[in-house]
Write a protein that binds this ligand. Sequence first.
Ligand code: PLP
Length: 351
Amino acid sequence: MLERADVSAATWAIVGGRPPAEPGAPLNVPLVAASTFIQGAERIYSRNEATPGWEALEALVGGLEGGEAVAFASGMAACAAVLQQLPSGARLVLGDDCYQGVAGIAEAGARDHGWAVERLPVADPAWPDRAQTADLLWVESPSNPLLDVADVAAICAAPRRPGTRVVVDNTFATPLGQQPLTLGADLVVHSATKFIGGHSDLLLGLAVTADEEQLRLLRTARGLNGATPGTLECFLALRGARTLPLRLRQATATAQLLAGRLAAHAAVTRVRYPGFGAIVSFELADAPAADALCAATRIVRHATSLGGVETTMERRAAHPGQEHIPAGLIRMSVGCEDAEDLWADLAAALG
Ligand code: PLP
């Protein structure tokens, strides 16, 4: 049986979580549609005990991140399972440009449980110091949608008060871009709906940790909240994750090219691209100009979310609660289409 340490990340994406190579056994993990199992073994009921599909996905992603993964019904379910551990009066530090669903949990925690929530720009050098005062640092990097980058290594390595936890939302960077657990983070969360699934056809989340007690708490929260991932979703996400390295390589190369060309275009006032990854945010003069672009492209689809093989884009300030974002900012998730086709599509729509 191959172990994670035996192979590179690209190979682990292909071999991780495979069934044992026995004569006549399926090469891939079969789709097992079962809510219940004949008693007498560890597997009893599918809300609590691992099904073959989610075990395999957890093995694959846990291996890439350097910990043990727990799969959830959505990225939000994974984030909630981590945040709901915070006691009343907890001190939480959160990026000022983080995923709005997570900001919503923080707002509810402040209202209902007296959490003291501090919002800091992700690139603010004060983050490492907060490890001495806060109970939880929630680091999302690159940020969404301004694509600012945190010094994840410095934050994870900063001396911490006992009990302070550092959580990194690694959805945008993916485990191929950074492995926060190896840098000293306590937990990593993913919306596997995005790059890990990679085909815009499912909702799924993961939390990853190397800490046994955290692992127990996460599994318990999943069962008690009923935030269990669906069998089909796990099957599809596992299939998608097999090609994550290939997809990301292609999408990143195209994103780099498009970021450069957009920056040189007269209609584009600003490009935000951290230099890696497949998300490019760029600004047009105003909201009508951005809306017109989203409506005019023929290959790039006007849709929310990100991380699929399909290139999508949307004007983020159109969403409620996103008033801090420039009105003409478009977040584009670059997919795997031919780069020149994409540029031709964007250039024609930009005029
Ligand atoms: N974290 C980030 C960075 C996200 O972008 C999202 C969704 O857009 C989530 C978490 C929530 O994930 P999901 O939509 O799978 O619940």
